[in-house]
Design a protein around this ligand. Structure first.
Ligand SMILES: [Zn+2]
Length: 440
C-alpha cells in the first residue's frame, strides 16, 4: 500500500492547482473586505492614518522587531504542524545589512521580489478624496504584482499614495487584504526558480505543479487540517501547508505596529493576516477533494494502483469542472448585481453581522479550529450544489425568444444558498480578526 501515498492526491492536486485563479469571491479580497468592514465601527470610524514607507517603520522599530520575530520563530517551531525551522542566517539582526527591506522580507521568508507598492484599490464605485484633482496616479498591474502574465488583472484599479499622505484606515485594510495574492508566497520552494527557495528551508513544493507561476503560493493559501488520519498517513505532504503560520506572523506584526504608533503598517499587516483567514473560508482551500469521502478517495486510489485509472481521471475532471464552473457562476451573479444597481443577497452576505458573535474570540488557533473546520464541513454540500447546478444548466433555458439578447443569469437556489453562507463566513471572520487586532 505504500505507493498510495503518491498516487491519487498528487495527481488531483496538481490538476486542481494548475487552475489560473481561485474563485471570484475570493480572488479579489478587497471588494468583499470593504463591504464586510464597513460594518465594523472600529475600522469604519477609525482616524485616518499617515502613509509610511516600510523602510521607515522597520528602521524606527528595528530592535523591537528583532525581538518579535525571534519570539515568533520560537513559537512557530513549537506549535505549527510540519513547520520547517527558519535557517538562522535569515534572522533579522539589530546591526548590519544595508538593505533593511530585503532583510526584513527574508526574515519573514516572504518573496523578496514583491513590489509592496504604496497603493490602494479604491472602494467599489468610489473615488478617493482628491481624485477629482487628479492627485493620485494610477499604477499598472506590473507596478503592483510580480507575475509575468498579468492578463487577469487588467480591469483592476490601483492608485499610488505618497508618503505622509492621510488615508482612511478602511482603504488601507481592505486593499491590503488582497496583497498576499500579489506575490508574497511565490517561488519559496527549493524546486522553484530564484534564489529565495534555495535559502528558505521549505524544501520542494509539496503540491501543485511547480512549473505554473501561480501555483507555488498554494501551500501557504490552502490548509488541509481536517482530513482523516489515514489520508495524512498515506499522503503526508498534505500536511505541509502553512496558512495558520502566515496569519500568525502578520497578526503579530499588526499588533506590534499599532502598539508602537505605526497605524498605517498596523492596518496593512492586519489586511495580510486577514487574507489567509478569508482564503480558508473557501472549501476548495480547506479540503483537498471536496465531495470525496475518505473511503472514496482510498477506493479510487486503490483502483488506480491496480491499473484501473478511469475513476481517478473522472475525479480529476469533476473537481476541475466544478471549481471553474462555480467561478463563472459567481462572476455572472456579480454582473447581474451590478446591472441591478448593486443590491443582491451576495453583497448583503458580506455585510451580514448576525453570526459574528457566535464564534469564539480570535486566537492563533482560529484559522484552523474555527475557519478551516467550518469550511471543511461545508465542502461536500458546496460541491454537491455545484454539481446540481451544472446538471440543470445543460437543460434548455425555457421559453424566451431565441434572439440576440444574452441569456439571463439562471440562479440555482441551492447553490445561491451555499455561496451566501460561505460569504457570510468570509465577512464574519474578517470582522472578528479586525476586532481582536484593534482591541487596546
Ligand atoms: Zn490567497
Amino acid at each position: 500500500m505504500k505507493r498510495l501515498s503518491l498516487s491519487l492526491p498528487t495527481c488531483l492536486l496538481a490538476c486542481l492547482l494548475a487552475l489560473p485563479q481561485s474563485l471570484w469571491a475570493w480572488s479579489n479580497h478587497t471588494l468583499g473586505s470593504y463591504i464586510a468592514l464597513q460594518q465594523l465601527p472600529a475600522v469604519a470610524q477609525a482616524p485616518e492614518v499617515e502613509v509610511e514607507p516600510l523602510e521607515s517603520f522597520v528602521s524606527q522599530q528595528r530592535a523591537g522587531l528583532v525581538q518579535l520575530l525571534d519570539e515568533q520563530e520560537a513559537y512557530a517551531r513549537e506549535h505549527f504542524r510540519q513547520y520547517p525551522p527558519r535557517p538562522d542566517d535569515l534572522r533579522l539582526t539589530e546591526e548590519g545589512r544595508d538593505d533593511l527591506r530585503k532583510a526584513f522580507l527574508m526574515a519573514l521568508r516572504l518573496n523578496p521580489e514583491i513590489k509592496l507598492a504604496t497603493a490602494v484599490q479604491p472602494p467599489p464605485g468610489g473615488e478617493l478624496p482628491g481624485d477629482e484633482l487628479q492627485k493620485h496616479v494610477a499604477l499598472q498591474p506590473a507596478d503592483v504584482l510580480v507575475f509575468r502574465n498579468l492578463s487577469g488583472w487588467n480591469q483592476w484599479r490601483f492608485v499610488q499614495l505618497q508618503a505622509g499622505e492621510k488615508i482612511a484606515a478602511l482603504d488601507v485594510l481592505a486593499s491590503a487584504a488582497d496583497e498576499p495574492d500579489f506575490g508574497h508566497d511565490i517561488n519559496l520552494f527549493s524546486d522553484n526558480p530564484g534564489e529565495a527557495g534555495q535559502r528558505y528551508g521549505f524544501g520542494p513544493q509539496p503540491f501543485g505543479d511547480p512549473r505554473y507561476e501561480f501555483s507555488s503560493q498554494a501551500p501557504f493559501h490552502m490548509g488541509f487540517y481536517h482530513e482523516d488520519a489515514i489520508i495524512f498517513t498515506g499522503a503526508p505532504y498534505l500536511e505541509r501547508n502553512w496558512p495558520e503560520w502566515r496569519a500568525y506572523q502578520f497578526y503579530g506584526l499588526a499588533r506590534f505596529a499599532f502598539e508602537k504608533g505605526h497605524p498605517y503598517w498596523g492596518y496593512r499587516f492586519l489586511g495580510w493576516a486577514m487574507h489567509y483567514i478569508q482564503d480558508m473560508t473557501q472549501p476548495y482551500h480547506s479540503t483537498p477533494l471536496p465531495g470525496e469521502t475518505t473511503a472514496s478517495m482510498l477506493w479510487t486510489a486503490g483502483k488506480s494502483m491496480a491499473g484501473f485509472d478511469a475513476d481517478k481521471q473522472a475525479a480529476i475532471q469533476r473537481v476541475a469542472d466544478r471549481h471553474t464552473g462555480v467561478e463563472r457562476y459567481e462572476v455572472d451573479w456579480l454582473r447581474e448585481t451590478l446591472r441591478q444597481g448593486g443590491q443582491s443577497p451576495l453583497l448583503a452576505a458580506y455585510a451580514d453581522v448576525s453570526t459574528d458573535g457566535s464564534y469564539p474570540p480570535y486566537s492563533t488557533e482560529y484559522l484552523r479550529e474555527v475557519v478551516a473546520s467550518e469550511s471543511h464541513a461545508h465542502a461536500a454540500a458546496f460541491d454537491a450544489a455545484i454539481g446540481h447546478w451544472l446538471e440543470n444548466e445543460k437543460a434548455p433555458a425555457g421559453d424566451f425568444s431565441a434572439g440576440n439578447s444574452p441569456e439571463p443569469f439562471r440562479h440555482d437556489e441551492a447553490l445561491d444558498e451555499q455561496i451566501v453562507q460561505l460569504i457570510r463566513h468570509f465577512g464574519a471572520h474578517s470582522r472578528n480578526i479586525a476586532k481582536a487586532a484593534l482591541q487596546p
